[in-house]
Design a protein around this ligand. Sequence first.
Ligand SMILES: NC(=O)c1ccc[n+]([C@@H]2O[C@H](COP(=O)([O-])OP(=O)(O)OC[C@H]3O[C@@H](n4cnc5c(N)ncnc54)[C@H](OP(=O)(O)O)[C@@H]3O)[C@@H](O)[C@H]2O)c1
Length: 350
Amino acid sequence: MSGPTNNLASDRTETAKTETPKRVLLVGAQGQVGQELVQTLSRLPNLGTVVAVGRKELDLTDLDAIAQQVAQVQPSLIINAAAYTAVDKAESEPDLAHCINAEAPKALAQSAVKCGAALVHISTDYVFPGTEGSPRTETDPTGPLSVYGKTKLAGEEAIRATLDQHIILRTAWVYGSQGKGNFLKTMLRLGKDRSTISVVADQVGSPTWAQDISETIGQLSLRLLNEATSDSASDSASDSASDSASDSANDSAGDVAGTYHFTNSGVASWYDFALAIFEEAQALGIPLKIQTVNPITTADYPTPAARPAYSVLSGQKIARTLGHSAPYWRQSLRTMLVEFAQAERAPAAR
Ligand SMILES: NC(=O)c1ccc[n+]([C@@H]2O[C@H](COP(=O)([O-])OP(=O)(O)OC[C@H]3O[C@@H](n4cnc5c(N)ncnc54)[C@H](OP(=O)(O)O)[C@@H]3O)[C@@H](O)[C@H]2O)c1
């Protein structure tokens, strides 16, 4: 008697589980990566319905509001694209930077545990000191030079200590057409106004298009969500969460959760990047006044926050995981500028 009844009940439960609509809570939807994510996630219907919130809907300095928002949305996945990103200003606002970059990610992770969600979080190359002359891997020792880097590292550590089902994606030198500002937009503005500018040539890294980051997050999110759904028993494994040593274990277990480095491939200085922006923009007919770009040293251009000199992240782990390498930085720059130039011309064409 009881056998068939139990089977029916468990069948119904199984059916109900698979039919529960999935929701993704995207936090920081108005940032340069956040806006790209809104586009990318809309092209990935398998991820579920996206609830995208910016600062107006969810202020990350209000930790109670974070818990309430997550409890209300009941997401399967949270993607955090928000951060305090004003690297120099952070030196004089360490508490605010710590709240947004460390306390808020911790609160997101705690809320994720409560509703059985996975969390994707973005971090930075600035967790490294940049004193080693070879690409940094995910397990290399950190050592941030700035308040921004320290608060971002604290956010990473809080997430690792709180839930297993996370991805921390460290990226660097981000530019794109969205958001308030970035190096590329600054160069285009200066290049339109001035004939000569000076750019730092002794800091190197990998310029990275925000759209390539969002595509990568989309791919990793699908994998993470699939694993989380098929392994719900590990939802609240906070007690077994540890430090980045768990990443190598995750690697061998074939588990996608863990820490990744993702940038466009190749290496450039800010000076190289500026020259490339101007060359590509001129080739596309974007009008520029710029004639001369002078290479200068970091010492010639002092800033409140110290920055890593050699800030290259190894993309080997993510290439193994996704089965392909990141696009070369100059190729992505060209693609981005083609779209940018088309968008600039569009209003005139109407
Ligand atoms: N930009 C880079 O070069 C770079 C390099 C490495 C890593 N990253 C990381 O990449 C991620 C995305 O950065 P991004 O380049 O897209 O930066 P972004 O354009 O500055 O976006 C950050 C977003 O966070 C929001 N935010 C800030 N404080 C908030 C608060 N209290 N409550 C809610 N939202 C808040 C900002 O809103 P407002 O616009 O209203 O301030 C903004 O929309 C971040 O985790 C960043 O640390 C960036």
